[in-house]
Design a protein around this ligand. Structure first.
Ligand SMILES: Nc1ncnc2c1ncn2[C@@H]1O[C@H](COP(=O)(O)OP(=O)(O)O)[C@@H](O)[C@H]1O
Ligand SMILES: [Mg+2]
Length: 397
């Protein structure tokens, strides 16, 4: 059976952080292999959910791994890989991309993700924390003489909506969104690491000062950049220290600066205290509650055909312990099952003109039960306990 989307996303992050590790150790070949695997996982994910709203972020990530691969090949005297089937313009653009590696302006997302707060289900506390810390101060900075929190860390199990929350923050806000997932940042920073960190923050500052609009720097999977238990190579330590210094600049003398750093992580325990304390708001993005699961089932079955007896509240009870993204996968899997049945039916035929095309049968609760038996929650109970424990100790709202 093919991989579930959540697994693909996990794999993509795993390969990306492996790639970075090898990259920072100068192991080019292994770095390239792992960046490529990360790209492959993301591409599969894009194909599975072609209309997912996070795809813009995933695509950007692919591009950044891709340029890193190319620059690794180039720096080794290997011809930059150009797609032989591409038009001359496209080939030129691709080579251009490689030479523009240090052009940080490209990191500003021209097309912001288009996700509203309402589409992010549950997580009311997280949503209001983000809204309050970003929206209010940007509207009335005069009401915050002591400044306001600029660093926000979203932590919690995979597939619970951290990336989605950041994307919603960006799209609900009139401002700039800089999407630097830690892996791509690391690869951009390698070599001239700390200079580039400074450059990145300088660029962000320039934008907010010039336009008077907030700039959000979103660092997804921030742990892969700043982990305390990584075997840190010289460059990494300097990069991390520069990052901390920049955060201090934003928190301190730039207290009126409308610049925010949102970090997201599935592994909060791998972050050390010097890093954590720069993120004054630490927000737990937990597994969905019963009412949230109910809304998730409503949302993800909205376009499906259900028998009237299917009851979202009942489904929500059955799927206790499943993440939001698990629930989305479950709905997709249940639906696909009926589509397969349709294709396999003896009387199935392609639609002929003037005839109504055959449709899959309505989904029943039993279909969901079958999927449940096949698919365990992607977060184990021990993991959930670990998140709760970390939350008790380090949450800051
Ligand atoms: N709170 C949520 N509400 C609605 N959908 C969600 C939620 N959390 C996750 N999803 C679904 O799961 C996918 C992955 O979510 P994501 O935000 O990447 O999780 P995380 O960053 O916490 O690993 C999203 O594209 C979305 O379809
Ligand atoms: Mg994510």
């Amino acid at each position: 059976m093919s991989l579930a989307p959540q697994e693909l996303e996990n794999n993509a992050s795993k390969y990306a952080s492996e790639a970075i590790k090898f990259d920072s150790q100068g192991a080019r070949g292994m770095a390239i292999t792992n960046y490529q695997k990360a790209i492959d996982s993301l591409v599969k994910l894009l194909q599975l959910y072609p209309s997912s709203k996070l795809n813009a972020l995933y695509k950007e990530r692919c591009n950044s791994y891709h340029s890193r691969i190319q620059s690794l090949q180039k720096s080794h005297g290997v011809e930059p890989a150009v797609d032989p089937d591409a038009t001359p313009e496209e080939q030129k653009a691709s080579v251009q991309r490689q030479t523009d590696e240090n052009d940080f302006e490209e990191l500003i997302m021209k097309e912001k993700p288009n996700i509203s707060w309402n589409e992010v289900i549950g997580l009311e506390e997280a949503k209001s924390a983000l809204r309050e810390s970003i929206v209010y101060p940007t509207k009335r900075p005069d009401l915050f003489p002591l400044g306001w929190p600029k660093g926000m860390l979203l932590f919690g199990p995979p597939g619970t909506g951290k990336t989605m929350l950041a994307a919603a923050t960006a799209s609900e806000m009139d401002g700039y969104f800089i999407n630097v997932d830690a892996s791509s940042m690391m690869s951009k920073w390698l070599g001239e690491a700390e200079k580039n960190v400074a450059k990145l923050f300088r660029m962000a500052r320039k934008y907010t000062e010039k336009e008077g609009k907030p700039v959000i720097l979103f660092v997804d999977e921030v742990d892969s950049l700043l982990g305390s238990r990584n075997s840190e190579v010289g460059g990494e330590v300097r990069t991390k220290n520069q990052f901390l210094t920049e955060m201090d600049g934003v928190n301190g003398k730039g207290k009126d600066l409308m610049m925010y750093v949102i970090g997201a992580t599935n592994k909060p325990w791998s972050l050390d205290w010097p890093f954590l304390r720069r993120f004054q708001k630490r927000i737990y993005v937990s597994l969905p509650t019963q009412p949230a699961r109910e809304s998730l089932f409503k949302q993800y079955t909205a376009d499906l055909f259900l028998t009237p007896r299917v009851n979202p509240a009942e489904l929500a009870k059955m799927f206790d312990g499943y993440s939001a993204s698990d629930i989305k996968d479950v709905c997709q899997a249940a639906h696909i099952k009926t589509v397969h049945e349709l294709f396999d039916a003896p009387d199935y035929h392609e639609p002929v003109e003037g005839e109504v095309a055959q449709k899959p049968r309505a989904l029943t609760t039993a279909d969901f039960r079958i999927i449940m038996a096949r698919r365990k929650p992607s977060v184990s109970t021990e993991m959930v306990r670990a998140y709760h424990k970390w939350n008790d100790e380090f949450q800051a709202l």
